[in-house]
Design a protein around this ligand. Structure first.
Ligand code: NAG
Ligand code: NAG
Ligand code: NAG
Length: 248
């Protein structure tokens, strides 16, 4: 069975009708462009403001703020126990991403690059049970913090999907490793203002910053990777491979 040329043509018109012209915020990069790496970085950077608030017509969610799942930490010897429960964590700053050293293999659709964030801050709720000098102390309230990160290496791979006589890209979940070397945490209202205990606990926490960081970092990496992959896929679902990377 062969479709008649007329039918094929009609089908093509119908399927391309959704976005007959690329919207102005999608900047294609020609495959033949000798500076295609720069072109891609520029295309992504100029999308920053839209990504920040989301692109409803593509179904892309806002990348600000990023919500994290509950984080539990339970560590330390009996005499210096530290149990922390962090909930409602919202991270601000994913839209401050900076992409560097991008290398695009457009034919095989593999992108490697480095990304870092100018500023990642978070806020949420904490609950703490700690044992300090055999004294049990508990507290709950708001927590805020800042991550100081340096570069992350990212690999982003896509598969080519054939749909409606066209080729579309679908990204596999991004691999993203963040190296955070510092975090500052602030717990407000520790022990309802009992300053001696609050100071002792803050010291305990600050001496164990690594512990808390080790719990938060994987959660942050997973959530950022899922978010960015999902956004990338919303874009590549709406436009064909050829529209995004024209031959000439
Ligand atoms: C942590 O907080 C969540 C949400 O408030 C709660 O459901 C959970 O039971 C808490 N876990 C602990 C160990 O306190
Ligand atoms: C703190 O202790 C209380 C009372 O024992 C318990 O309900 C709560 O789940 C504990 N929270 C954490 C974070 O360990
Ligand atoms: C983080 O670590 C890197 C490498 O060790 C260092 O160059 C940088 O200054 C550190 N940044 C902070 C804020 O500590």
């Amino acid at each position: 069975m062969y479709a008649s040329p007329v039918r094929l043509c009609l089908t093509a018109i119908l399927f391309s009708a959704a976005f007959a012209v690329l919207p102005p915020y999608i900047k294609p990069c020609k495959k033949s462009n000798p500076d295609i790496n720069k072109c891609i970085v520029r295309s992504i950077e100029q999308l920053r403001d839209k990504l920040s608030v989301g692109i409803p017509e593509l179904g892309a969610p806002p990348i600000e703020p990023l919500n994290l799942k509950q984080i539990r930490l339970s560590r330390g010897p009996a005499g210096a126990k530290l149990d922390v429960n962090l909930t409602d964590i919202r991270v601000s700053g994913p839209s401050t991403f900076k992409i560097r050293d991008l290398k695009a293999d457009v034919e095989n659709v593999v992108f490697t690059f480095k990304v870092n964030f100018e500023k990642l801050t978070f806020q949420g709720k904490y609950q703490i049970n700690a044992t300090i000098l055999l004294l049990k102390v508990t507290g709950q309230g708001d927590i805020t913090g800042t991550f100081t990160d340096y570069e992350s290496d990212v690999v982003l791979r896509a598969r080519k999907l054939h749909r409606d006589n066209d080729v579309y890209l679908n990204f596999e979940k991004m691999k993203l490793k963040i190296k955070i070397n510092k975090t500052q945490l602030h717990f407000n209202n520790l022990f309802g203002g009992d300053n001696a205990l609050a100071a002792a606990t803050h010291e305990l926490i600050n001496n164990n910053n690594d512990l808390i960081l080790n719990e938060i970092t994987p959660e942050l990496e997973t959530s950022l990777a899922e978010l960015f992959t999902s956004v990338a896929n919303k874009v590549t679902k709406s436009f064909t491979y050829k529209e995004l990377f024209p031959d000439d």
